[in-house]
Design a protein around this ligand. Structure first.
Ligand SMILES: Cc1ncc(COP(=O)(O)O)c(C=O)c1O
Length: 388
């Protein structure tokens, strides 16, 4: 009987599918997946709907992206980061995940080494392996979730082709500060490596944390592919509209991959997102205030339940330490929480190599990208933990 290819053998059903199934079985309140349960800006939705209704956007758009979307991404980068990019430096992708795929496949050669900082967003590893490259892991450690600069230096070699970073970070909520970014940038320049920087949570930072794209550091634009998307900033994870920005020499590699996979990206979605990218400070102020308040609701709920949390600096996740109230690892606790308490979360050991999984064994990840009623209901259920 024919069967699937060797390359997919190591990547079987993920823990996420198992968790989702269990959550459904127990009708648990789902604080696991980073998927908002509310809609993004109405002008964006209206623009996309109108473009379907009028037939403006029902056929293949240009492969690199529609001109107004590429212009809007360039203007957004100019406005927020003072990056002097033009639409020629922008390639639209089917979400950030496909952007990362195209970036890795487009710039990494078989036999190259690619550094992954753990915990890493789960799709990075299979893509690196399918590119024929060798992953090299560098962990961030609790409770601060920082990497050790010496360990990072030791991971670089003449074989290093790229490092994949994600800031603001899923799942820890870390936002790399200028010193951490400078360490990465200096090593990349010393070893002539490329950065693939996943910045999908670019607009979600709290208190004094501030997002700095690594491409804005001296000498870094020409060696960085920055990936982002509309999913989290405009609450449209279902649209899968994202983008890659970078110097044309690097972008060409990503484009040659994209043109032979999906070629073009969801046309009505691009019309909507091009419109959303032109929203002004009012939108971002309200968005930010909304998430700061949701973050506090969940922090309060988790602390009242007896879990230890430190306020995350960015994104919309909280890593909570349950070691004071439960004996077992993150997968055991997740299953217990779903079946006995009725709340679903994610065991973060799934974002680590086998060698470093133990670093996450006392933590689980919750998301707060949910309406307040759901977060409050979650907090109420979590309170049962204290009682138990
Ligand atoms: C770090 C990170 N990158 C990429 C993605 C996927 O983004 P998109 O839906 O735009 O493909 C996610 C989604 O959770 C994420 O957390």
């Amino acid at each position: 009987m024919p069967t699937y290819a060797q390359r997919v053998v190591p990547f079987g059903t993920t823990i996420f599918s198992e968790i989702n199934e269990l959550a459904q079985k127990h009708n648990a309140l789902n604080l696991s997946q980073g998927k908002p349960d509310f809609d993004g800006p109405q002008v964006m939705l209206d623009a996309a709907i109108e473009s379907i209704r009028t037939g403006q956007a029902n056929q293949y758009p240009p492969g690199y992206g529609i001109p107004e979307m590429r212009q809007a991404v360039a203007d957004h980068a100019q406005h927020f980061y003072n990056l002097p990019i033009t639409p020629q430096d922008v390639l639209i992708s089917s979400g950030a995940a496909e952007g990362v795929y195209a970036a890795i496949m487009g710039v990494v050669n078989p036999g190259d080494e690619v550094i992954l900082i753990e915990p890493y967003f789960d799709v990075y590893l299979p893509i690196v392996e399918w590119a024929g490259a060798v992953p090299v892991f560098v962990p961030m450690r609790p409770p601060e979730w920082r990497f050790d600069p010496e360990e990072l230096r030791a991971a670089f070699s003449e074989k290093t082709r790229a490092i994949i970073i994600n800031t603001p970070h899923n799942p820890t909520g870390r936002v790399y500060d200028k010193e951490e970014l400078a360490v990465i940038a200096d090593l990349c320049k010393e070893f002539d490596a490329i950065v693939i920087s996943d910045e999908v949570y670019e607009h979600l930072t709290y208190e004094e944390a501030k997002h700095t794209p690594i491409s804005t550091l001296p000498g870094m634009f020409e060696r960085t592919l920055t990936v982002s998307s509309a999913a989290k900033t405009f609450s449209v994870t279902g649209w899968k509209v994202g983008w890659i920005m970078g110097a044309p020499e690097l972008l060409t590699g990503a484009w040659r991959i994209r043109q032979n996979v999906t070629f073009a990206v969801n046309h009505p979605g691009q019309v909507g997102v091009a419109c959303a990218l032109q929203l002004g400070a009012d939108y971002y102020d309200a968005y930010h205030a909304m998430y700061a308040s949701k973050r506090q609701i969940l922090i309060d709920g988790l602390e009242a339940a007896g879990l230890k949390v430190s306020s995350p600096e960015g994104a919309f996740y909280i890593m909570a330490d349950f070691s004071d109230i439960f004996d077992g690892d993150d997968v055991d606790f997740t299953k217990y929480l779903i079946s006995e308490v009725g709340v679903a979360c994610i065991p973060p050991s799934a974002f680590f190599s086998p060698e470093h999984k133990h670093l996450a064994k006392d933590h689980v990840r919750f998301t707060y990208c949910k309406v307040d009623d759901v977060l409050l209901a979650g907090a109420e259920k979590l309170a049962k933990l204290r009682a138990k």
